[in-house]
Write a protein that binds this ligand. Structure first.
Ligand SMILES: [Zn+2]
Length: 222
């Protein structure tokens, strides 16, 4: 009974956050997908194949198990489901996975260029930046395996010639991180246009990990 109530609530939230991703310009057409774990079960809710996030409805969502088999739902399972299930199998802390095709972050993937935490806010969340996962065919086992290896350390990864994947402990945090990565990619692109280069990761780590900054955080947390 409890699971039914919470799964209904999650399906409404999932559809709402999915529509928001479309409004934010992170996906167009039927591309991209979003999923969330159903607490207390080995299943997740995910956007089906052939449906646009623009008008995603709770009743369209499909329930699949952690191996990607459909458990419930009218529509077909998305070809990109293996990305989601591989992540949930690897990271027990992850409650939501968001996959989009945002233009700037995707361009960095095509250029095989890591997105760096140039802004301090991003550094606090993603201190090692966002790596690019070498190209593998959409829906392939090889792609899911490559993501699985990287997602252990990173909450956001770029798929070469494809798009972006972010994870979170809530639907909101996974969606917010997706937008944040696209914004970071825009900032990095502008810095490169203006200065011809950016600071490197070692220099950023040194700058953002100064004693005064650490002290401030300790004071704030204390
Ligand atoms: Zn995709």
């Amino acid at each position: 009974m409890e699971t039914t109530v919470s799964s209904r609530k999650i399906s409404y939230e999932l559809a709402e956050f999915g529509r928001r991703l479309h409004r934010q310009g992170l996906v167009i057409g039927n591309s991209g997908n979003i999923s969330a774990r159903l607490p207390g079960t080995n299943t997740l809710l995910i956007k089906p194949s052939g449906v646009s996030l623009k008008s995603l409805k709770p009743e369209e969502l499909v329930v699949v198990d952690l191996q990607g088999n459909k458990v419930k739902g009218e529509l077909a399972v998305s070809i990109e489901t293996p990305i989601h299930t591989a992540i949930y199998r690897t990271r027990e802390d992850v409650q939501a996975v968001v996959h989009t095709h945002p233009p700037t972050a995707t361009a960095f993937g095509i250029a095989k260029t890591k997105i760096l935490p140039l802004q301090i806010e991003m550094f606090s969340q993603l201190p090692d930046g966002i790596p690019v996962i070498p190209f593998e065919t959409t829906g392939s086992k090889a792609l899911a395996e490559k993501i699985q290896k990287k997602i252990v350390k990173y909450d956001a990864v770029i798929l070469e010639n494809h798009g972006l994947v972010t994870v979170g402990s809530t639907l909101e945090s996974a969606c917010d991180l997706n937008l944040m990565v696209e914004e970071a990619a825009k900032v990095q692109f502008m810095v490169m246009s203006v200065a011809g280069k950016t600071e490197n990761l070692a220099s950023l780590k040194k700058k953002f990990k100064t004693p005064s900054l650490l002290e401030q955080n300790i004071m704030k947390d204390g």
